[in-house]
Design a protein around this ligand. Structure first.
Ligand code: TEU
Ligand code: CA
Length: 595
C-alpha cells in the first residue's frame, strides 16, 4: 500500500508530451525531409511551436447516432466549430479497436477504428475534411501495452513456445513469485497477474487487461514502427505518445533498486534502452515524414527532459510534464486536495523552471486540463457562479501566453467545470473505481475519498461536451455514457457563441492574438514579482516588443509589483470590460499590456 501511495504521489514528478507535425497543409504521405538535423536545429522556428493544439476526447465530444457515445461522424459534423476556434492541431485520444477497459487505452487492433466510433471510411473522411480546413490531426500512440484481447496477447498466452510469447513479459511460476511491481489500475496494486494456461505471470503496469509489450523483442519494435508508418502514410500529422518513458524494462526484473525508494513511476521511466528505441523510431519512422511528436512525460524530471526533445538527439519534438498538474495534492495520497489550496508561488516556480529548461534547446508544452485531469477552472480557478467565467478566462490567458505549445482541452473554452459526482455508481473511470475498491479493502474512509474525487477524478474532465440547451446538452439523443453537467443550459456553445464576452469568444480572441504575434510564441519569458502570493506577472520580449502579462489567481483585488513603468502601457486584451492599466488587479483579473 505504501508503495502505491508513494507512486501516486510521484505522479507529480512526471511530465512531458511530445507532438510533431507537418508544415504542409495537405496531408498526403510526406516527402522525406532532408535530414532531421537540418530540419530541427537548435531553437529554429517550427510550425508545431507556433501551433495551438486542441485535445478532443472522442467518446465525449459529439454522438451522431444516439447510442450515447461520441463518434467520428460527430466530430466531422463539428469541424466548422473547431475551425472557428482558430486552433491548428487536433489531438484525438485513442480511436482504435478496443474493448474499452480504459476507454481506448487498451488496444486490440492498432489498424482498425473502434466500432463505437465508426469505420475506417469515417476516419479517412475526417482526415480529409480536417486537411481541407487546414487542421492537422495528431493521434494517440499507446504502445507500452496493448489489450489482452489483442491477437498478439491471445496467442502469447496459449503456450510458452508460441511465436508471440516474447511479445509480452512472462515470468514462469516455477521460478517463484517475481519481484513486486506496482500497478496503476489493479485492485491489489500488483502488476503481475498469474495466468493458468502456461503457469506463468504476465506484467501489466496498468489494468489486468493492459499487458505490457516487450520492447526488448525486435519484432515488437518492428510491428510498432510499421503500424506508425501505416497511419503516417494515410496522412496523419503526428503522435502523442502514451506513457512512452515506460517502454524499456530491465527484463531480469530485479527487486526495486534502492535508489528508487519505492518510487515506481520514476523507476518505470528509467529503463535501460528507452532512448535507443526512440532514436530507432525516429530514424525508421518519423524522419521519413513531416510530422510532430509529443511524449507524455510521466516520470521525467526537468533535468532529463532534453534527453527526449533536444533536436540534436533525434528523438521527439516535445514532452509534457506532470509537475504542474500534481501541485496542491496532499503527499502520499490518492490525489487528495490540500485543504489550504495550492501555492501560487510554487506554481510560478514550476512553470518558470520548465520555461528555462527549453530556453536554448528543445521546446516546451503547457496545459492545465486533459482527459486525465479534472476541469481546470475547478482545480486551478474558481468554479463558483460568481467567478467561473473570470477565473476560466484568466487561466486561458496563462495557457496562451507562455513560451510553450499550448495543449488546450475541449470544453475549457466554454468554462466547463467538474461535475462532482456524489456516488461511486456515477463514475465510469477505471482509476476511480479501482481506487474506491482499494480504499474499501483497506478500511479507508470512503466518504472522504468521494469528497476528494469531486476535485480530482478524471471523469470530471470527461463529461459530455456542452453544445446547446437541448436535452443532454445536444451531445446525444440517447443516454450519455457519462452524465452531463447540470450547468449545460447556460454553459454551452450556442449561448456563448452569441455573447461577445463569453469564455468561448475570449478564447477565440486570445488564440488569434497568439497567432498574429510571435512575441507570444518565441518571445523571451521573464518572471516578475516572484514572491507575490496572488499575482503571476511576466514579460515576453521579441524584436524590440515587450509585453506584460498580469494574472490575479485569487478572489480578492491584488497588486503586481513589477517595477516597470506602466504609464504608456496599452491594453491588448483583458477579461474585464475595463481592464486595469496600473497593475492593480480586480479578482481573477487577467490583462495583457504592450509596454
Ligand atoms: O496516462 C498515464 C498515467 O499514468 C495516468 O494514469 C495518469 O497519470 C493518471 O490518470 C493521473 O491520475 C496515460 C493515459 O493518458 C491515461 O488515460 C491512461 O489511462 C494510461 O496512460 C494508460 O494507458
Ligand atoms: Ca455514437
Amino acid at each position: 500500500m505504501r508503495a502505491l501511495l508513494t507512486a501516486v504521489a510521484s505522479l507529480a514528478t512526471l511530465s512531458c508530451l511530445a507532438l510533431g507535425q507537418n508544415n504542409s497543409a495537405d496531408s498526403r504521405p510526406k516527402a522525406p525531409v532532408t535530414t532531421q538535423a537540418a530540419a530541427n536545429k537548435g531553437n529554429d522556428r517550427k510550425w508545431w511551436k507556433e501551433a495551438v493544439v486542441y485535445q478532443i476526447y472522442p467518446r465525449s465530444f459529439k454522438d451522431s447516432n444516439g447510442d450515447g457515445i461520441g463518434d467520428l461522424k460527430g466530430i466531422i459534423s463539428k469541424l466548422d466549430y473547431l475551425k472557428s476556434l482558430g486552433i491548428d492541431v487536433i489531438w484525438l485520444n485513442p480511436i482504435y479497436g478496443s474493448p474499452n477497459d480504459d476507454n481506448g487505452y487498451d488496444i486490440s487492433d492498432y489498424q482498425a477504428i473502434m466500432k463505437e466510433f465508426g469505420t475506417m471510411q469515417d476516419f479517412d473522411e475526417l482526415l480529409k475534411e480536417m486537411h481541407a480546413r487546414n487542421l492537422k490531426l495528431v493521434m494517440d500512440l499507446v504502445v507500452n501495452h496493448s489489450s489482452d484481447e489483442h491477437k498478439w496477447f491471445k496467442e502469447s498466452r496459449i503456450s510458452r513456445s508460441n511465436p508471440y510469447r516474447d511479445y509480452y513479459h512472462w515470468w514462469p511460476a516455477e521460478k517463484g513469485k517475481p519481484a513486486h511491481r506496482w500497478s496503476f489500475f489493479d485492485v491489489n496494486a500488483d502488476a503481475w497477474k498469474y495466468d493458468k494456461a502456461t503457469d506463468s505471470y504476465y506484467l501489466h503496469y496498468f489494468s489486468q487487461k493492459q499487458p505490457d509489450l516487450n520492447w526488448e523483442n525486435p519484432k515488437v519494435r518492428e510491428e510498432v514502427f510499421s503500424m506508425m508508418r501505416f497511419w503516417f502514410d494515410k496522412g496523419v500529422d503526428g503522435f502523442r505518445m502514451d506513457v512512452i518513458p515506460f517502454i524499456s524494462k530491465d527484463i531480469s526484473f530485479p527487486e526495486l533498486p534502492a535508489e528508487y525508494h519505492g518510487d515506481y513511476i520514476k523507476y518505470y521511466a528509467h529503463g535501460p534502452h528507452t532512448h535507443e528505441y526512440l532514436q530507432a523510431m525516429n530514424k525508421d519512422v518519423m524522419s521519413k515524414y513531416d510530422v510532430m511528436t509529443v511524449a507524455e512525460g510521466i516520470g521525467v524530471s526537468s533535468d532529463e527532459s532534453l534527453d527526449y526533445v533536444d533536436a540534436d538527439r533525434h528523438e521527439l519534438n516535445m514532452l509534457y510534464h506532470f509537475e504542474g498538474v500534481s501541485l496542491g495534492y496532499l503527499p502520499n495520497s490518492r490525489k487528495v486536495p490540500d485543504p489550504k489550496g495550492y501555492s501560487l508561488v510554487e506554481f510560478k516556480k514550476i512553470y518558470s523552471k520548465w520555461d528555462s529548461v527549453f530556453a536554448q534547446k528543445g521546446w516546451g508544452t503547457v496545459y492545465l486540463g486533459n482527459h486525465d485531469q479534472p476541469r481546470m477552472t475547478t482545480r486551478w480557478g474558481n468554479d463558483s457562479p460568481q467567478w467561473r467565467e473570470l477565473s476560466s478566462k484568466m487561466l486561458t490567458t496563462f495557457l496562451l501566453t507562455m513560451r510553450a505549445t499550448p495543449y488546450y482541452y475541449a470544453g475549457d473554452e466554454l468554462g466547463m467545470i467538474n461535475i462532482k459526482f456524489d456516488r461511486i455508481e456515477d463514475y465510469r473511470d477505471i482509476e476511480s473505481l479501482n481506487w474506491y475498491q482499494l480504499e474499501k479493502n483497506s478500511g479507508g474512509d470512503l466518504k472522504k475519498f468521494l469528497e476528494a474525487q469531486k476535485i480530482s477524478a478524471r471523469d470530471n474532465g470527461r463529461t459530455p461536451f456542452q453544445w446547446d440547451k437541448t436535452t443532454n446538452a445536444g451531445f446525444t439523443t440517447g443516454t450519455p455514457w457519462l452524465k452531463v453537467n447540470s450547468n449545460y443550459p447556460t454553459v454551452n456553445v450556442a449561448v456563448e457563441d452569441k455573447d461577445p464576452n463569453s469564455c468561448l469568444n475570449y478564447f477565440r480572441k486570445i488564440v488569434k492574438l497568439r497567432k498574429d504575434n510571435q512575441v507570444l510564441v518565441y518571445g523571451k519569458y521573464t518572471l516578475l514579482d516572484a514572491d507575490n502570493p496572488d499575482v503571476y506577472a511576466y514579460t515576453r520580449e521579441l524584436d524590440g516588443k515587450k509585453w506584460l502579462v498580469l494574472l490575479n489567481f485569487h478572489d480578492k483585488a491584488a497588486s503586481a509589483n513589477t517595477g516597470l513603468d506602466l504609464s504608456h502601457a496599452k491594453v491588448l486584451l483583458g477579461n474585464y470590460a475595463t481592464p486595469s492599466r496600473d497593475g492593480k488587479l480586480k479578482p481573477y483579473e487577467a490583462v495583457i499590456l504592450e509596454l
